[in-house]
Design a protein around this ligand. Structure first.
Ligand code: FMN
Length: 244
């Protein structure tokens, strides 16, 4: 019943849009589209393609994985970041759209953001970036070292601020609930778990360590990161080298 209602609302929304588009002259549509272009849309960074060969077995990665809460200040490389993102939510089909982690109905309600610290991932500047799996690239959200603000929003778990990189898994539930109703929320949360474990195991295979944090104030985090409120943060995963 809930599913039917949601679906009807979605279809009516699209019908309205189609009628509106039909009623407006083409020059207006062109102008409106140009206005809509996000000012930061240009600030994208192509990432090196991930590699699908490694020296650490899945079994070893599973055995070694632990939640780590202290990190060395050593910087990470763009190759490492690209590999982590590719394994977390990258497209793994040669000709297709399916990704590293399973997704109910292949609807992919999750987004991945990365919070990079100052001098932590050269040449990428400190800031918040959104991963675009289709193009395997980062788009810039804002430039600033936000690690302390993120740690504060995570109930002052300040150890997180030492990690050079914090990966943030968010859910846009609507992409799943439009098909599955309330159950779509459950499916999105399950998907977050898959992505999180991929990050853990890939970090291990790269000789890195990762932590996992679910305790944070949602609104504070959304506010600090300047991300859409519809992208609800589910998990934060600090990543870096272990302290010697
Ligand atoms: C959903 C979830 C939320 C978690 N939140 C936190 C957290 O906020 N802070 C933290 O230090 N650890 C957090 N953890 C890590 C757990 O404490 C950790 O997984 C557990 O102690 C088992 O240790 P291990 O991951 O090293 O095997 C979380 C783990 C999960 C799965």
């Amino acid at each position: 019943m809930v599913y039917c209602k949601e679906r009807r609302k979605y279809l009516i929304g699209w019908l309205k849009r189609i009628v509106l588009i039909g009623l407006t002259p083409p020059w207006f549509r062109g102008w409106a589209f140009a206005q809509k272009k996000h000012p930061r849309e240009e600030a994208v960074m192509k990432l090196p393609m991930p590699t699908w060969h490694g020296t650490v077995s899945v079994e070893q990665a599973i055995k070694q994985r632990r939640t780590v809460r202290s990190f060395a200040s050593r910087a990470l490389t763009v190759d490492q970041l690209a590999q982590l993102l590719g394994s977390a939510g990258g497209i793994t089909e040669t000709k297709g759209y399916k990704r590293a982690a399973p997704s109910a109905g292949a609807l992919y309600p999750m987004d991945l953001y990365v919070v990079v610290g100052q001098n932590c991932l050269p040449p990428i500047e400190a800031g918040v970036y959104r991963y675009e799996p289709g193009q395997h690239q980062l788009s810039e959200v804002l430039k600033d070292d936000l690690r302390s603000s993120i740690a504060m929003a995570a109930l002052s778990q300040m150890w997180m601020a030492d990690a050079p990189l914090i990966m943030v898994i968010t859910a846009a539930y609507r992409r799943a609930t439009v098909k599955y109703g309330q159950r779509g929320t459950r499916y999105a949360l399950i998907e977050a778990g898959h992505i999180g474990q991929n990050i853990f195991l890939q970090a291990q295979a790269l000789g890195l360590e990762a932590g996992i944090v679910g305790a944070f104030h949602d609104a504070e985090l959304i506010d600090a990161m300047h991300i859409p409120s519809a992208h609800e943060p589910i998990l934060l995963m600090p990543v870096g080298y272990a302290l010697e």
